[in-house]
Design a binder for this molecule. Structure first.
Ligand code: MIC
Ligand code: SF4
Length: 653
């Protein structure tokens, strides 16, 4: 398993073939800005309220995509009126613009989109960082900030910089007790949470054949944790089988790279047969070790489910492990199926009884514990989760230790009460795994509300829904006091935390802004308000994780003018620019040490400097200057000059 650079390339990667097929404008070359046609969009409710407020602000008519869906899956606790008001608002705007509305209870957006909408060769833009799940079906599915998705709906296009492509050659076959989750954990260990920035991860090789579409979707889903633009698998007989199982066989299209030695920038070889069960340890998805090496730590909670590790096969395997056994008395096991279709199938074939009888708590088909919406573990707990993010505090319990594992490892550990490697221990506990037989699923449109064919419908807006903040055009002189200097890999969960107390306020930026950076610096919001005009300093990979544009809108509301970091995560950087906040990169990483909280920065001649590859800021008190990289595309410059994307669109529609 080693990295190598591909030589003698002979042809296009699959990713480039699909992108070129959708090219609307621009020159298709690495690093160039291009515009592509967007076939489909998806939104979910926690980012969706902003998307639809922005869509309304654009005076857009019917969406220009082939298909747009508004899913409700994140804020489903409804502890007050706020969540339900958000749902009603999204439904009303969806109706006005020709968007399908998927009611709460139908399932999690990515699982539902895979089942009912995704198709090989299509492009999908979603206001959720795990939109690349669709790559499991051979589509280019990209996560983006809400405003970019609103524009894609209004205009049918998306602008991006042509990424590089990492090829992952898969050979061999997974052993029992090793699953797709272990594949992506292995890739994360090799490449890290910033290894995919500016790249697409494309899987190829003989080993692909042994992975089902839901296995592939697990891998592409968690490609988001690599920071990649997206991940993609070829479309083959397994894709055909999956589409047929969902009653959509007519949408099958075989697709692959031009050749095995297509023009990959780098190749990583993964021998599936050599993988063992892995776990991402607290508090980062790339902090990966073999389960056997971590050893039998005591487990308090096990959570199985979320956007891909809740497929029918995952839950059938879980049921196989739990059948006739008992969840350990000191473990709380919670299971959230990915969709109503899956839950109904588990009920029909008796697997649901195996789960319930063993002592599992079955919870709603929704994001739930993955985003801290319920099921927070107890203080100091060890929680094993089949989810994709284990950032500190994301579970809702700041001092809990969350380990990310496969459904197989999670289910067996729920029985034993300690972290358990199935290869070594499965047989000793009498569990023998067998492949899950393929199933056919009946179409279920009962959770879908279709927009009316004609006529205007009113927007329904509850009292918690507030207008989103707008920036003003970039002035010539910008000042900002450094409010916080953060470290490497700051997540958007750090910047704008989400849990059951905050998620209901995703449509209320003025309220949410009070909690900006709350988990790592509770005084941030007050200091930013006090300064009136502020700056944030960060390390590498600033803004990784969720696509939530609230991590840009709350700082905007608090008067943040620029963020200076060693490097940025893709979606967050775009969200900052869309909001008119300058993301600047240290030319000299040594300058990071001098830019402490409290330094007052001045940017003179900002409107002229923004046209240059570097911008110079100075310390208002000492006069010391800082040269920062301003690597903006022409369009990004226009957005920053106008004070954000919406302002720019109003100037030049
Ligand atoms: C996540 O997994 O972090 C989320 C919650 O789905 C986010 C979206 C959000 O913050 O609302 C994401 O992945 O983009
Ligand atoms: Fe929902 Fe979790 Fe998936 Fe995000 S990662 S879409 S919160 S299930």
């Amino acid at each position: 398993m080693m990295k190598s650079v591909s030589n003698n390339a002979s042809g296009d990667t699959l990713a480039y073939k699909i992108l070129k097929d959708h090219l609307v404008s621009g020159t298709f070359a690495l690093g160039e800005e291009i515009e592509i046609r967007v076939d489909q969009t998806l939104t979910q409710d926690s980012t969706g309220t902003m998307v639809y407020l922005q869509l309304e602000a654009m005076d857009a008519g019917k969406v220009k995509t082939e298909l747009s869906v508004a899913y409700i899956d994140h804020n489903t606790l409804q502890t007050g009126y706020e969540n339900a008001d958000d749902h009603a608002f999204i439904e009303s705007v969806a109706k006005r613009h020709g968007v399908l509305f998927s009611k709460p209870g139908g399932g999690i957006c990515h699982q539902l989109h895979l089942e009912n909408c995704g198709a090989p060769g299509k492009t999908l833009l979603g206001s959720d960082s795990h939109t690349p799940t669709g790559g499991g079906l051979g589509m280019i599915a990209i996560g983006a900030g809400g405003l970019d998705v609103a524009v894609a709906m209004a205009k049918g296009v998306y602008r991006l910089t042509v990424p590089g492509v990492i090829g992952v050659r898969l050979t061999g076959e997974l052993r029992p007790w090793v699953s797709a989750k272990d594949v992506i954990l292995h890739v994360l260990k090799e490449l890290s949470v910033k290894g995919g920035v500016g790249r697409i991860v494309e899987y190829f090789g003989d080993g692909v054949r042994s992975l089902s579409v839901t296995d592939r979707a697990t891998i592409t889903n968690m490609g988001a944790e690599l920071g990649a633009t997206t991940s993609v698998f070829p479309s083959d007989e397994n894709t055909k089988d999956y589409l047929e199982s969902q009653g959509r066989g007519d949408q099958y299209l075989p697709l692959a790279a031009d050749a095995e030695d297509a023009a990959y920038d780098e190749i990583l070889h993964v021998d599936l047969s050599a993988l063992t069960p892995l776990a991402a340890m607290p508090h980062s998805p790339d902090n990966v070790k073999p389960v056997a090496e971590i050893g039998p730590i005591k487990v308090d909670q096990v959570a199985i489910g979320r956007c891909t590790y809740s497929s029918y096969a995952d839950l059938m395997t879980t049921a196989m492990i739990l059948k006739g056994r008992r969840v350990h008395p000191e473990v709380s096991l919670v299971i959230s199926p990915g969709s109503a279709k899956i839950l109904s199938k588990l009920a029909d074939n008796g697997a649901l009884s195996s789960l319930i009888d063993a002592g599992a708590r079955i919870i709603e088909n929704a994001c739930g514990p993955c985003i801290g919406m319920g099921q927070s573990p107890r203080s100091g707990a060890v929680s094993l989760r089949t989810f994709n993010r284990n950032f500190k505090g994301r579970s809702g319990t700041l001092d809990a230790d969350v380990y990310l594992v496969s459904p197989e490892t999670a289910a067996l550990s729920a029985v034993t009460g300690v972290l358990t490697d199935g290869i070594a221990e499965g047989a000793r506990h009498g569990v023998r795994l067998s492949p899950v037989a393929p199933e056919r699923f009946a179409r279920n449109d009962n959770f879908i509300v279709r927009p009316p064919d004609a006529g205007d419908t009113p927007v329904v807006m509850g009292p918690n829904i507030k207008p989103f903040p707008r920036n003003t055009a970039l002035p010539d002189r910008v000042t900002g006091r450094v409010i916080l200097r953060a470290g490497d890999n700051v997540t958007t969960d750090d910047i704008m935390p989400s849990d059951s107390s905050l998620l209901p306020y995703r449509s209320n930026i003025p309220y949410l802004a009070n909690f900006c950076f709350e988990k790592i610096d509770s005084g941030f919001s007050a200091r930013a308000k006090d300064a009136g005009s502020g700056a944030i300093v960060g390390g590498e990979n600033y803004g990784q994780g969720s696509s939530r544009e609230h991590a840009a809108l709350a700082p905007l509301y608090l008067g943040i003018k620029f963020v200076i970091a060693k490097s940025f995560a893709r979606i967050h950087r775009s969200n900052l620019i869309n909001s008119g906040i300058l993301p600047l990169v240290f030319e000299d990483h040594g300058d990071y040490d001098s830019l402490r909280a409290g330094v007052n920065l001045i940017l003179e001649d900002a409107r002229t400097q923004i046209g240059q590859p570097f911008m110079t800021l100075s310390d208002a008190d000492t006069g010391r200057t800082y040269r920062l990289i301003a690597n903006f595309t022409e369009l990004e410059r226009r957005m920053l000059l106008a004070g954000g994307k919406i302002n720019m669109m109003k100037e030049t529609p």
